[in-house]
Design a protein around this ligand. Structure first.
Ligand code: C2E
Ligand code: MG
Ligand code: MG
Length: 258
């Protein structure tokens, strides 16, 4: 326990310095339209921490600490700026990429941050990017904390033509009563369902139900964590429009994307 406490404290201290020391990087994972010839429609921005002595640290290991310490607000603002800037570079460099979109993850802290919208407006203005080029991902579990506040925030996001995606869908406790009231655009099926999706299995039924729900209430469905062509085929047969996963590509550094 003592060792763990020390490890956590060191990580926390290191995290505080990491933005200033430019230790974060953004990786980009392609998102595909899987019903129309596997066309690239955009990327999800995923943060990476290149720690000076530990090497690459997974967001699974530090985003929670960033959330608990409040550092996640500065981190996500940095990721948003970086990802918007990168998208503009790609749009300028490749004529075929003018329609590409960028998805960026928000945390519960961001949603409660009274300066979030101002920050987004500032970053879009600074990078000269249209709101319609970005999608903000919020996890299903964040929605429930204060549903009216979330609906209000999503409406303000929508008025900027920014799209919203409900991430990790299926792992939270959404009430069907409010899901259809949310001004969101996409449902992202959590990869834990997609991973183990043999036909007629419980996960298959869950995925089928989420896709049917999305289609019914007008939210486009994105499946994450597609690793095999068998999974891709099942998702296509069920009418899932978008997908991302190692089958197409792992998250890539800018150099690897170019
Ligand atoms: P997420 O937003 O649900 O992102 C999907 C995760 O699944 C990513 O993990 C991605 O690398 C991984 N993934 C994609 N395709 C596959 C696949 O085919 N198989 C498997 N096994 N995994 C796949 P990653 O990059 O480690 O990120 C983990 C989580 O950390 C994210 O889950 C998100 O909740 C959080 N996160 C990442 N970047 C940010 C960020 O900039 N801000 C915030 N607030 N959270 C972030
Ligand atoms: Mg996400
Ligand atoms: Mg997810």
């Amino acid at each position: 326990m003592h060792d763990q406490a020390i490890k956590r404290l060191t990580l926390e201290t290191d995290l505080r310095n990491a933005i200033d020391h430019q230790e974060f990087m953004v990786y980009y994972q392609p998102i595909m339209d899987i019903l129309n010839g596997d066309r690239l429609i955009g990327f999800e921005a995923l943060v990476r921490w290149q720690h000076p002595t530990r090497g690459m640290v997974s967001p699974m290991d530090f985003v929670v600490i960033a959330e608990e310490t409040g550092l996640v607000v500065a981190l996500d603002s940095w990721v948003l700026h970086e990802a918007c800037q990168q998208l503009v570079k790609w749009k300028t460099k490749f004529a075929s990429s003018h329609k590409l979109k960028m998805s960026i993850n928000l945390s519960a802290q961001d949603i409660r941050n009274p300066n979030l919208l101002k920050d987004i407006d500032r970053i879009l203005a600074k990078t000269d990017l249209d709101g319609k080029s970005i999608t903000l991902e919020i996890t299903e579990s964040m929605l429930i904390a204060d549903i009216n506040q979330t609906i209000d925030l999503l409406s303000q996001i929508k008025s900027r033509n920014i799209q919203a995606s409900i991430d990790d869908f299926g792992t939270g406790y959404s009430s069907l009563n409010y899901i259809h009231r949310l001004p969101a655009d996409y449902l992202k099926i959590d990869l834990s369902f997609v991973n183990q999706m043999q036909e007629a299995s419980r996960n298959y039924q869950i995925v089928r139900t989420i896709i049917a729900l999305g289609n019914q209430i007008g939210l486009a469905v994105v499946a994450e964590g597609i690793e095999t062509s068998g999974q891709l085929q099942i998702l296509r047969d069920l009418g899932c429009r978008f997908g991302q996963g190692y089958l197409f590509s792992k998250p890539l550094s800018v150099q690897e994307c170019n």
